[in-house]
Design a protein around this ligand. Structure first.
Ligand SMILES: [Zn+2]
Length: 117
């Protein structure tokens, strides 16, 4: 069993949305991404399940979240693209990576690309 607080720690607090020439906008991921729901309180969001997939190109973490306001369930999909750049340095160096955040509904239908983390 995974502890709920542990799951919460897996979720980045913010994502960044690119605004073309106006830079990046920071948005909170503590919100319900389901249609017609305006819940933005982390108290009313309960992460309850995590799935992880990894290959040599990317790591995908899916966190299933129950919204206590609309009673719906959605999935935050965190996609970490591993750097293709070759490193000549020692292994302690973190590989460069970029994260993408998507929201999915309960059936796994894409609700949209939220941004970067
Ligand atoms: Zn909701």
């Amino acid at each position: 069993m995974t502890d709920k607080e542990e799951l919460r720690d897996e979720i980045p607090s913010y994502a960044y949305i690119s605004l073309a020439r106006r830079g990046m906008e920071k948005i909170s991921l503590d919100q319900c991404f389901l249609k017609n729901c305006d819940n933005d309180s982390s108290e009313l969001l309960e992460p309850f399940k995590k799935e992880e997939f990894e290959d040599d190109k990317k790591k995908i973490t899916k966190i299933h979240i129950k919204c206590k306001k609309c009673e719906g369930t959605f999935i935050l999909k965190l996609e970490n693209v591993k750097s293709v750049a070759k490193s000549t340095k020692e292994i302690e160096e973190e590989p460069l990576s970029m994260g993408l955040v998507f929201a999915l509904d309960e059936e796994g239908n894409n609700l949209g690309h939220i941004g970067y983390f």
